[in-house]
Design a protein around this ligand. Structure first.
Ligand code: PLP
Length: 222
């Protein structure tokens, strides 16, 4: 895998304003180093321990994004290292991150994860559930978390119509939140969606952050 040329190839196709998150989970530090040397500074990891180990071995100017399911007992380990937690799937988790960031006297950017795919195993808020929680004020009063936007995954399928429909649900939910409960939050501006096989569709539906692993680093060995 020529990591550097894969990154260049993707970057050349990304519309202006869309940033690339290099999803490096399960890949060794040497692979991340190649991406770093090619200029990549934003990396996504999905496991707390792996993120901590890599963050300690790689340069300090990397922006780490946590993109996996975050267990409450791993919040402390993750908050310490990340710029963004993309995968916040409950109000309880959001509050815990806020408390931990306060304890460390720092601010963490957060994306709320929406569940729009057909697989039950994927996590996240249902769109209506998130709008209702916002309406009840459950996203208010955060002091050390900045709500930056939404994250989502589409169904794993070849059906591009279905994928497009799911991404447009995310875009609609984002716009609804921004027009109402987030109207006074200028930082609420990001939609993270699109992976190796569906990012072309995602950017047509307002994605500002694409999370790409396989198309950069090759297949993962679990
Ligand atoms: C692994 C992962 C990706 C990257 O998937 P690829 O198909 O390898 O590009 C993106 N987002 C999340 C949440 C992931 O867990």
């Amino acid at each position: 895998m020529d990591v550097a040329s894969n990154i260049k190839h993707i970057e050349a196709q990304l519309p202006e304003g869309v940033r690339l998150v290099a999803v490096s989970k399960f890949h060794p530090v040497e692979a991340l180093r190649q991406a770093y040397d090619a200029g990549q500074r934003v990396f996504g990891e999905s496991r707390a321990q792996e993120l901590a180990v890599k963050a300690e071995q790689l340069p300090g100017d990397i922006e780490w994004h946590f993109i996996g399911h975050l267990q409450t007992n791993k919040v402390r380990q993750v908050v310490k290292h990340v710029s963004v937690i993309q995968s916040v799937d409950s109000v309880k988790l959001l509050r815990l991150i806020d408390a931990e960031a306060a304890r460390l006297d720092r601010t963490v950017d957060v994306l709320l994860q929406l569940h729009v795919a057909q697989e039950e195993a994927k996590s996240g808020f249902a769109p209506s559930e998130l709008l209702e929680a916002a309406g009840r004020g459950e996203l208010d009063g955060l002091t050390h978390v900045r709500l930056r936007g939404l994250m989502a995954m589409a169904t794993f399928t070849d059906d591009e119509t279905l994928i497009a429909r799911e991404f447009s649900t995310v875009e609609d939910t984002f716009k609804a939140l921004r027009a109402t409960y987030m109207a006074s939050n200028d930082a609420f501006s990001e939609i993270s969606m699109g992976m190796s096989d569906d990012w072309h569709i995602a950017v047509q539906h307002g994605s500002t952050l694409v999370r790409i692993g396989t198309a950069i680093f090759g297949h993962r060995e679990y």
